[in-house]
Design a binder for this molecule. Structure first.
Ligand SMILES: [Zn+2]
Ligand SMILES: [Zn+2]
Length: 312
């Protein structure tokens, strides 16, 4: 079968064996390109990329696939907090293990989430990054009555805006760099930040966004951080200290009382079709993966999510 392998400085479409072993076999319908994939290429990964995945099981169910499997046996996994399982760092798809940007992929049955009506499998690869945004807003406390700001107008930032709105935040503001991001944020109900906010979500993954988020946070507020930062990052410690702003790092997604971030994310996308339409800016068949990755890496293309269709 065809698969997309990381071969710095880009990717190569290679022919590999179909996956064997435990887990359910899924025919991959959609796989989207994430900034993490671009980072893995840069780091010199030689794995098959792809952790934002959706497809069809052998018995015909349409599913989105959680990319964090957990060991399934430790206390954290049994509690549903598999994102914190000790195995999580060692199984990251696309850098520590082969991902699913390929015609077929195997995943544990417990990692498959059935799609709700209204969300087509051709765009359901978006559930994975949406679950990351949902998890972050939830952990940072961006629910009913809260004023929320999001720093960063890329796909994850826009997903965080939609998540905070869906959770019942009183107001959601978006600080974005590009006019098309601001416009899309407005269509999702976001204002422009003018004040201080109870909850601020850092969704740009840059040090400057981290500092901006700490500026926008109200005294006693929280700063949800979903970017992955190197150990030598300059944390805005003094501002956070002077305002007692809690930093809330968020890793992936998990289950929670009465639910599961992945289900919440799938419901959010199913109920916000205009968000799905706006986020999927490009689609390519798998043989055009090198071009798809060029488009995804080039901000001047206006790309939010570039989707590969391995079985189109
Ligand atoms: Zn991703
Ligand atoms: Zn575990």
């Amino acid at each position: 079968m065809r698969a997309v392998r990381s071969t710095r400085p880009g990717v190569t479409v290679v022919d590999v064996d179909e996956p064997e072993g435990p887990g359910e076999l899924i025919k991959i319908t959609s796989a989207s390109i994430c900034a993490s994939d671009l980072g893995y290429i840069e780091m010199g990964s030689t794995m098959v990329l792809g952790h934002e995945l959706a497809g069809v099981t052998e018995d015909g169910r349409t599913v989105a696939i959680e990319a964090i499997f957990g060991c399934g046996e430790c206390d954290l996994c049994l509690e549903g907090r598999y994102n914190l399982c000790a195995t999580t760092g060692t199984t990251a798809l696309g850098v520590m293990a082969d991902g699913g940007m390929s015609e077929w992929f195997r995943a544990p049955a417990h990692s498959l989430v059935d799609l709700p009506a209204g969300l087509d499998v051709s765009s359901a690869c978006l559930v994975e990054p949406t679950a990351v945004a949902w998890h972050t807003v939830r952990l940072a406390g961006g629910g009913p009555g809260k004023r929320v700001a999001v720093v960063g107008g890329g796909a994850i930032g826009l997903m965080a805006v939609a998540a905070a709105r869906a959770m019942g935040a009183e107001e959601v503001a978006l600080e974005a760099r590009y006019p098309h991001q601001i416009e899309l944020g407005e269509r999702l109900g976001a204002t422009q930040p003018t004040d201080l906010y109870d909850v601020v979500i850092e969704a740009a993954g840059s040090e400057s966004a981290l500092h901006r988020a700490s500026e926008l946070a109200a005294p006693g507020g929280a700063m949800g951080v979903l970017g992955v930062f190197p150990p030598d990052v300059q944390w805005p410690q003094m501002l956070c200290f002077m305002k007692e702003v809690r930093s809330v790092p968020a890793l992936g997604y998990c289950k929670h009382d009465g639910g599961r971030d992945f289900d919440d994310a799938a419901q959010l996308l199913a109920s916000t079709p205009h968000l799905v339409d706006a986020l999927v800016t490009h689609r390519f068949p798998i043989e055009d993966a090198p071009e798809a990755f060029r488009v995804a890496a080039d901000k001047s293309t206006g790309a939010l999510r570039v989707v590969l269709e391995p079985n189109s």
